[in-house]
Design a protein around this ligand. Structure first.
Ligand SMILES: Nc1ncnc2c1ncn2[C@@H]1O[C@H](COP(=O)(O)OP(=O)(O)O)[C@@H](O)[C@H]1O
Ligand SMILES: [Mg+2]
Length: 503
């Protein structure tokens, strides 16, 4: 169905702008953001986006008359003035599509005045945008009735960032993405969830097999598995010389064959080791004690990372029961580092690290123990099929190193001018006209830009398939898990003590 004809105005048709007079009845179905097609010949069509709509009526085109004069004229009975009204659509030409070869290129020459304009067919849009009918179904283009299905490799291989103000629908969009990754069924996912929101959403019987929720406070980091260099990552203040001192102490403890040992054992040995500068000793004892007081470290780890992740399995690390940012970051570092290392050794499947509130774990200007590993995965992860999905409401505060490696961005409503400015600078493919639309997006409306799609587009995130049950924290389960961990730690300690007593 023809919706209009290309007309001539002072600056159209050009490479930047095409003005179209719309058919009377089609003006009802035309809206901003719709894709249109202007065939150049049988093989090539120009694909454009309706960027503006305006009305025109020559009768009112007068600069001499005042409003009062126009209103007082009584020509309506003589002339069919209302019928002279026309609707003009402004179209931004995006590219040329070779229909046979399914190749997209830029527009090299303007379309001719008088060209017919059509609504783009779903197939043309899919080819033009590089959609994948077997891809991740994140939403739809309302105006053209096209499902937005993104190729999984293109979207995730070079990392993804989901950015928006709070309440715009980031977590909702992330859970739609997670549903799609689960449906695909071959990737591993670890989702770092500081607010514990996802465990409720995915608390349905359908996901029982594929989703495991772990509570941050119940995971023990096994001290004997850590080298001095690992420990120094938890204590950024520790110098190389001090780390060497710790290395010596750990070597000694291992020689003594104590089996499982805690941070307190390290402190004890540090205190009796000779030749350590008293100041160094004092500082190190303080740092180690503060690590111990996070209650995250135990004589033995209670997690087997290799068996934790399998193809199609998602682990939600619920950190909401850890009060301090430090403890949350320590646990995030432990997970990310352990899994990244297993991935490099090809012991676990390709994995996606989804990080909620990413600015807390990987801030640009403040300290965070988990920052280094996130930046490393951002820079090098793609070689090992480790993908990041960083979710944040404060892009300005997010590590530039990490964010700049996110080649695809899913952006929902953003209001803060600093964030807008920052996104304009860091995200390739976003021009000023797109930036201007971000503050007005509705909840669940998103812009996708970058590797994942050929051209930046606004679309609506689809409805989630599952809503889960919103459960209040289960006291019984928590108490039982805690008791198990407590018993475990104590039995380990007991074993060690009884063994050393035997000697
Ligand atoms: N695409 C969507 N469709 C329907 N409801 C949505 C959608 N996106 C968000 N919402 C609703 O809006 C609210 C805020 O969404 P949420 O994802 O928690 O925002 P954010 O994580 O950005 O703070 C929630 O109640 C959520 O259910
Ligand atoms: Mg959220």
């Amino acid at each position: 169905m023809i919706i209009g004809i290309v007309i001539v105005t002072s600056d159209s048709p050009s490479l930047e702008k095409i003005e179209v007079i719309l058919e009377k009845d089609s003006s009802l179905i035309i809206e901003r953001g719709q894709f249109v097609t202007i065939p150049k010949n049988e093989k090539i069509e120009v694909i454009g986006l309706i960027s503006g709509i305006k009305k025109y009526n020559a009768y009112y085109e007068t600069l001499e008359a005042s409003a009062h004069e126009i209103a007082s004229r009584d020509y309506h009975n003589i002339f069919p003035i209302n019928e002279w009204e026309n609707t003009i659509a402004e179209i931004k030409p995006l590219g040329e599509l070779d229909i046979e070869k399914e190749v997209v290129s830029r527009v090299k020459y303007p379309v001719s005045p008088g060209s017919k304009v059509f609504r783009s067919s779903p197939h043309s849009i899919e080819v033009f945008l590089g959609l994948d009918k077997n891809g991740l179904h994140l939403g739809f283009l309302q105006a053209n009735e096209v499902d937005i299905k993104l190729n999984i490799s293109r979207l995730l291989r070079k990392h993804l960032a989901i950015l928006a103000i709070s309440g715009a629908g980031k977590s909702y969009a992330a859970s739609v993405l997670l549903e799609e990754i689960l449906q695909y069924g071959k990737l591993g996912v670890i989702l770092i969830d500081p607010h514990g929101e996802y465990s409720n959403i995915f608390n349905t019987s359908e996901y029982k097999e594929n989703i495991e929720v772990l509570s941050g406070s119940l995971i023990s980091i096994g001290v004997p598995e850590l080298s001095a260099w690992d420990i120094s990552e938890f204590i950024p203040e520790m110098s190389v010389v001090q780390t060497r001192v710790l290395e010596g102490i750990i070597t000694n403890i291992k020689k003594m064959n104590l089996g499982h040992y805690s941070i307190l054992e390290l402190i004890k040995q540090l205190e009796i080791t000779e030749g350590v500068n008293p100041r160094t000793r004092e500082a190190m004892v303080g740092w180690l004690l503060s690590l111990h007081r996070t209650y995250l470290f135990s004589p033995e780890s209670n997690l087997d990372f290799q068996n934790l992740i399998s193809p199609g399995k998602t682990v939600i690390l619920d950190l909401s029961d850890l009060q301090s940012f430090r403890a949350r970051r320590i646990q995030a570092l432990y997970f990310l580092k352990s899994l990244y290392s297993l991935r490099i050794q090809n012991k676990i499947p390709p994995i996606v690290f989804m990080i909620e509130e990413a600015h807390q774990f990987c801030p640009e200007s403040s300290r965070s123990v988990s920052k280094g590993i996130i930046e490393t995965i951002a820079r090098e992860g793609r070689k090992f099929y480790c993908s990041l999905c960083l979710i944040s409401q404060r892009p300005v505060n997010l590590s530039v190193t990490a964010l700049s490696q996110c080649n695809s961005n899913l952006i929902l409503r953003i209001r803060n001018p600093y964030d807008l400015d920052f996104i304009g600078k860091t995200s390739e493919g976003i021009d000023r006209s797109i930036l201007k639309m971000l503050p007005d997006l509705e909840v669940g409306e998103a812009l996708i830009v970058g590797e994942g799609i050929n051209y930046p587009i606004f679309f609506r995130i689809r409805a989630r398939k599952h809503h889960g049950t919103s459960i209040s924290p289960n006291l019984q389960q928590t108490a039982e898990s805690y008791a198990k961990k407590w018993q475990f730690n104590n039995s380990v300690n007991f074993e060690r003590i009884s063994r050393s007593e035997d000697k």
